[in-house]
Design a protein around this ligand. Structure first.
Ligand SMILES: [Fe+2]
Ligand SMILES: [Fe+2]
Length: 527
């Protein structure tokens, strides 16, 4: 029979294993100010258990943290970005916001992890705080360098006066010689389908070390509080999983119109304060960036989503140099794969969407063929479609596989009548892609819930009808495929010098790229 102590630990453990429930807080000095909760009434005959440790809801204060999420900044093992929000836009009289954190000793149990008396959070990092784009709040970003990257961390954010978040844990990054997982999807939103996907993804069988959000994330479209709803809905997922994001066309609608840095330029304006850049904490603080996770190099490409920031040419030049360097490192055996991670599709069969931005696709396809990109993972079109290895839209073993998973739940769309020759799999519904990485091999599984036609929404009569489809079916395995690392001789064939800005300027029609990107952004604004 359980003793009260072991029973208490069992209850704590049960609470910790249930994502919807808050962790328990062992900080007894905090208990007097902890947010009160009303426990459920015991059933007749059920013993009343007086917990010795109050629920880990954090500590209420004057500026309560919300929207906690974790990212990586440079080294995927040693760096962590922690971001959160507090209400009050100007920060006047606000206490300095900070992260308290420590590594987790592997010998600790779940109670030790949240015990602040015997195991204090020994490190404090102060955050950089700025006004959150378009709402009366502040965004806080802290940068952590982990001295024992092989160990998980635990953290809380806030301050004594402002209030503390619950304690969250973040596992150590997976080791390169083990199997590890990442998940990708785009086009999420805050509606019932999006929440269904989030709930599915938090199930233990989909454990993943890294989450990649392929743009069109909240669909705030300038209604900035929607971002807060998105972070509230997804906090259980992104507060404990390293999450990286790229912007989509819906993030392009999120610049603050009152931004004092707006520079009118003809019929466009250079917006600098995009909510996306404000709310995510990523390498270099920009919407495009490269990083390694073990033996994969990722390049996050905005694809011109923020054409109005005037950085598209800089971004393409950056991508050229980044992919050229990655190809060298792959040929030298330092990495196995090069993955481009972006919102926009390169090729698509979504109904009425192809062809896309021809000028930019030409630049990108030539660049990816030049350096032998292995995978392009994207969203934008609200379908799942996976290609065979392809070059310039034609099947080729030398090319990349495009995985389009714009099936985060914002809406569900259909396909053109004719499917192009590069396509290997098409699916209509909601779902996400999970990648199992081992040395030299990526096994990919797409899990989805099929869209179901209703009398009001018959499939095939137009995308507006399809948009209203619902998903009631369980998630199931829809597609599986593998990507193997390129043989050394082939990897060496992609060793090419990075073209300079001058060479790129000569090779492509930049005016056309900008004009077509503006046109695409305008006409793809709905998806
Ligand atoms: Fe999109
Ligand atoms: Fe979308």
């Amino acid at each position: 029979m359980d003793t009260p102590s072991s029973l208490r630990r069992a209850l704590i453990k049960a609470a910790m294993l249930t994502p919807a429930l808050p962790l328990l807080n062992a900080c007894k000095t905090d208990s007097a100010t902890a947010n009160p909760t009303t426990p459920p009434a015991p059933s007749p005959g059920q013993p009343v258990i007086e917990p010795e440790i109050p629920p880990n809801l954090g500590v209420r204060g004057s500026h309560n943290p919300r929207g906690m999420h974790v990212s990586l900044l440079n080294d995927s093992h040693k760096s962590r970005g922690i971001t959160w929000f507090t209400d009050q836009s100007d920060g006047k009289n606000a206490p300095a916001a900070m992260v308290q954190w420590s590594h987790i000793d592997p010998s600790w149990d779940e109670v030790d992890v949240i015990n602040l008396v015997d195991h204090p959070l020994s490190n404090t990092i102060f955050a950089d705080s700025t006004a959150t784009t378009g709402v009366g709040a502040q965004t806080h970003k802290a940068s952590l360098q982990l001295n024992k990257p092989e160990l998980a961390i635990r953290y809380r954010v806030g301050s004594d006066e402002g209030g503390w978040s619950p304690i969250f844990t973040v596992p150590a990054s997976a080791k390169a010689d083990t199997n590890w997982h990442f998940v990708h999807f785009g086009d999420h939103g805050i509606g019932p389908l999006a929440q269904r996907l989030t709930a599915e993804l938090t199930k233990p069988q989909y454990h993943h070390n890294l989450l990649l959000l392929a743009g069109d994330i909240s669909y705030a479209d300038g209604n900035q509080p929607v971002w807060d709803t998105w972070f509230d809905q997804n906090q259980a997922l992104v507060s404990s999983t390293v999450t990286m994001a790229v912007p989509g066309n819906h993030e392009s609608k999120d610049a603050d119109p009152d931004d004092p840095f707006v520079i009118p330029l003809g019929d466009i304006a250079l917006f600098r304060d995009y909510a996306f850049n404000n709310r995510f904490h990523q390498p270099g603080g920009v919407s495009f960036y490269g990083f390694d996770y073990n033996r994969i190099h990722f390049f996050g490409f905005s694809g011109g989503a923020f054409i109005e920031d005037g950085k598209i040419l800089q971004e393409i030049i950056t991508m050229e140099a980044n992919l050229a360097r990655a190809a060298v490192r792959r040929a030298a055996g330092m990495i196995d794969f090069i993955i481009v991670f972006q919102h926009y599709t390169v090729w698509t069969d979504q109904e009425g969407r192809g062809p896309g931005n021809a000028s930019l696709i030409l630049v990108q396809d030539q660049m990816m063929a030049r350096y032998g990109v292995d995978l392009v993972i994207c969203g934008h079109d609200h379908i799942y479609q996976r290609s065979a290895p392809m070059v310039f839209g034609q099947r080729s073993p030398l090319g990349y596989v495009q995985v389009m998973a714009g099936t985060g739940g914002q809406s569900i769309r259909g396909f053109d009548d004719e499917i192009q020759g590069w396509s290997e799999k098409e699916f209509i519904g909601v779902g996400f892609c999970r990648y199992e990485v081992s040395p030299g091999l990526i096994k990919v599984n797409y899990f989805g819930s099929k869209g179901i036609d209703t009398p009001e929404t018959p499939h095939g009569v137009g995308s507006q009808k399809i948009e209203a489809m619902s998903v009631d079916a369980d998630f199931e395995l829809i597609d599986s495929f593998e990507v193997r690392k390129r043989q050394p001789k082939l990897a060496k064939s992609f060793l090419k010098p990075a073209r300079s800005a001058t060479e790129l300027a000569k090779a492509y029609n930049w005016d056309a790229i900008i004009a077509h990107t503006n046109h695409r952004n305008k006409h793809h604004g709905h998806a």
